[in-house]
Design a protein around this ligand. Sequence first.
Ligand code: SF4
Length: 132
Amino acid sequence: MNLISKLSDIFMFRNRTIEDSYTTDPQVTVGSIVMGALLRIVLVLIISFILASYWWFREYWWMSFFILWFFAVYPAYRQYQGFNTSMDDIKESTLCGSCKHFDSTSQFCMKYNEHMSKDYIPCEGMDWEPFS
Ligand code: SF4
């Protein structure tokens, strides 16, 4: 996947698909959600500053807050909810989900520095450690 299409997916808040649970290159993580929200917030702020030069917009500057909410924050929140549901499924159905080295914000094994998936456990169970 090239950079443009990856940025486009992040910006558009594309939903996490079932394939993300089976790949070691998941498209949706907490990092991608934060990045998408930041991209949208920056876009809204830039447009607001441009519009602020017009007198009619100055009376309605407060609308920027609503646009930020509906265009950036709320979609990010909805995508995060979907991501959490998907992570709950991974935690329940894989060995990594109950391991202290598992980072659920990015479907990642911190010990092996690799993404895991439902089909792939980097240590093959040899380094599993419970939460203490
Ligand atoms: S150490 Fe093994 S079980 Fe634990 S998160 Fe990493 S790959 Fe999964």
